[in-house]
Design a protein around this ligand. Structure first.
Ligand code: SAH
Ligand code: MG
Length: 224
């Protein structure tokens, strides 16, 4: 099957995506995600993620939360990084396998079929330049703590859905169910955890659904 051609996203000054050139596979994946309500990364967030990859040129990327393989394929295409991506849901695994195969990048995108809370042993022998956290929001702090020991010096952790579809607005809180309130509190505590972390400099961009960029401090620099 044909590999995906180069994909270009042009952003205008208001950050609206204005022009797309998508391969047939990408059109298919986007349509499926839309129909089946699979929360693939939104275009503005993806554009930021891809620019960071272009700047950093990571040789290995760890993704937590593959879903149908959309972001894994896009991240690989930026600069041929090896992608290790973890997914626990059987239906998603099945679709991701098909899509990764169809993309032509099955040798570079490694799907780990496990719960990310239990998958450390599957990747512990590797070092990652970039970790993309995009799975269950209640577990973000745990994912960060489990996998950042595998980050290279000055590695980067990117976390998606930091805005939780606008639900972090205090005005929204009282209208939510107990379980959503629980998630909101977990996400707020993850935000604080990142911003207060001694070993990382974090900026949270209100782009897409909110993207946190956490850069590991240089171990050799003199930080207070
Ligand atoms: N990164 C994808 C979207 C991921 S959606 C993209 O942008 O294209 C989140 C996915 O994380 C879902 O498929 C869900 O099944 C998976 N997930 C949630 N918690 C997980 C966990 N603990 N371990 C592995 N996968 C998990
Ligand atoms: Mg996401």
């Amino acid at each position: 099957m044909a590999a995906i051609k180069k994909i270009v996203i042009v952003m205008d000054a208001t950050n609206n995506t204005t022009d797309f050139h998508w391969s047939a596979l990408e059109v298919q994946m986007r349509a499926y995600a839309h129909e089946a309500h699979v929360p693939i990364i939104v275009d503005e967030g993806l554009a930021l993620l891809e620019q960071i990859i272009r700047i950093q040129r990571p040789s290995k990327i760890l993704e937590i939360g593959t879903a149908i393989g959309f972001s894994a394929i896009r991240m690989h295409q930026v600069c041929n990084s090896q992608i290790y991506t973890i997914e626990r849901n059987q239906d998603m695994i099945c679709l991701a396998k098909k899509n990764i195969q169809a993309s032509g990048f099955a040798a570079q995108i490694h799907l780990i079929e496990q719960d990310a809370l239990e998958a450390f042993d599957s990747v512990k022998n590797k070092k990652f330049d970039l970790i993309f956290i995009d799975a269950a929001k209640a577990q973000y702090t745990k994912f960060f703590e489990i996998y950042t020991p595998l980050l290279t010096n000055r590695g980067i952790v990117i976390t998606d859905n930091m805005s939780f579809h606008g639900l972090l607005d205090p005005k929204e809180y009282e209208n939510q169910s107990r379980s959503v309130k629980g998630l909101i509190r977990k996400l707020l505590s993850y935000r604080k955890f990142l911003l207060d972390h001694d070993n990382y400099d974090t900026t949270i961009f209100e782009i897409g659904d909110g993207i946190a960029v956490s850069v590991k401090k240089d171990e050799y620099a003199n930080h207070k």
